[in-house]
Ligand binder design. Structure first.
Ligand SMILES: *Cc1c(COP(=O)(O)O)cnc(C)c1O
Length: 376
């Protein structure tokens, strides 16, 4: 096995990624297209490998954040359509054609520029127009008449999709999702009334599909988190989930050193943890440069020998100290689990995020590039 040679590595289950993708497809039914979001190196899971798995499952659409991310996939031989959702720079327009990437367009000015590029290059690029229905991030917020006029005027670029993005889909105490759905529907109607047929209409990412907000599914959904096995915990009275997915990633680190400390020993930079009794500790070969959040100092846990073991003192750049009192048999070279399961003890990205004061997405994307990815 490749695993034993690494200080710290993640194992990613291709079968689980595929199962999660199939679960999404089944939840939305055959008439709704499923676009797999593989931005940010597939939330730390490896964009090329995950894209291959999704293509193997028949995925016709993938999405990334940037042209750079799309180029990496094309160079690896990925052939599915690729939507670039995080904005394109003007200097990247030639790469859109060269690498067959489809941009999300976020302003009418940008639409004009893309159209101008298409006219001069003779390349009739498809684009998806993003409507800002209330997230107030990327997207067009102009009146419908202005949007329709700009779309009509853009005679060289090809409108292929209308999209928006939800701000609060897991929050069932907020009216925001209903409001965004209504605004988007209104915009779609304006296009229909103007006789413009848009092949793809999409707004739902993981939470809107997992909590069964069917009015948001339209002709395509855009799950990211769900592909990796996560759904955000709901706020308020959530309806039953229509989606069952499981984490696909396990993160391990080796113990570099085991030692017994006397009562009173101070552990780590700043001496922020003091041994109240003699304690056996393990020094792990991973730190914040690998993605163990510094905020987990004196509050995080790992799984050692099948039991939860607290992080002692401050997380350092390359090293983390844990309490091995409950796992005294472990020795240098053995592995502990930073994220994953040992027997019936598990730690997932949401539990870690809670301890670190952040969100699961941040934990997954935070596993740094130097942690080797191993596919099983
Ligand atoms: C990241 C992203 C998604 C995927 O969101 P998840 O919550 O991970 O499913 C969908 N659409 C857009 C525009 C995004 O930026």
């Amino acid at each position: 096995m490749a695993g034993p040679h690494f200080r710290s590595h993640v194992e990613i289950s291709r079968a689980q990624i595929a199962a999660n993708y199939r679960a999404v497809r089944q939840a939305v039914g055959g008439h709704v297209e499923v676009l797999g979001v593989v931005k940010a190196d597939a939330y730390g899971h490896g964009a090329v490998e995950v894209s291959r798995v999704l293509e193997g499952e028949g995925a016709r659409w993938l999405a990334v954040s940037s042209v750079d991310e799309g180029v990496v996939l094309r160079n690896a031989g990925i052939r599915a359509r690729i939507l670039v959702m995080g904005g394109c720079l003007r200097c990247e327009y030639p790469a859109l054609g060269e690498y067959a990437l489809t941009p999300a367009i976020h302003s009418l000015e940008e639409l004009g520029e893309l159209d101008g590029y298409c006219r001069t290059s003779g390349d009739a690029l498809p684009y998806h127009l993003k409507i800002d229905t209330g997230l107030s991030r990327l997207g067009v917020r102009d009146p419908h008449a202005a949007i329709l006029e700009a779309v009509h005027a853009a005679r060289h670029a090809r409108l292929e999709g209308l999209m928006t993005h939800l701000a609060s889909a897991a929050d069932h105490t907020s009216p925001q999702t209903g409001e965004q759905c209504a605004l988007f529907e209104c915009c779609c109607r304006a296009f229909r009334d103007a006789g413009i047929r848009v092949p793809l209409v999409h707004m739902a990412s993981t939470n809107a599909l997992a909590y069964g907000r069917r009015e948001s599914w339209h002709s395509m959904v855009r799950p990211g988190h769900a592909i990796y096995g996560y759904v955000s915990p709901p706020r308020g009275q959530a309806p039953a989930r229509v989606l069952d997915v499981r984490p696909a990633l396990t993160w391990k680190a080796r113990i570099l050193l085991v030692k017994d400390l006397p009562e009173g020993a101070l552990v780590g930079y700043g001496g922020s943890w003091r041994a109240p009794y003699p304690v056996r500790v393990g020094i792990l070969a991973a730190g914040y440069a690998d993605g163990i959040f510094h905020r987990l100092s004196n509050r995080g846990k790992v799984i050692a020998g099948g039991k939860l073991a607290p992080i002692l003192g401050t997380v350092a750049m390359d090293l983390t100290t844990v309490d091995l009192s409950q796992a005294g048999h472990l020795k240098a070279g053995d592995e502990v689990t930073l994220l994953g399961r040992e027997g019936d003890v598990s730690l997932d990205a949401q539990q870690i995020a809670k301890l670190a004061g952040t969100i699961s997405y941040n934990i997954l994307c935070g596993i740094s590039a130097r942690v080797r990815r191993v596919y099983v």
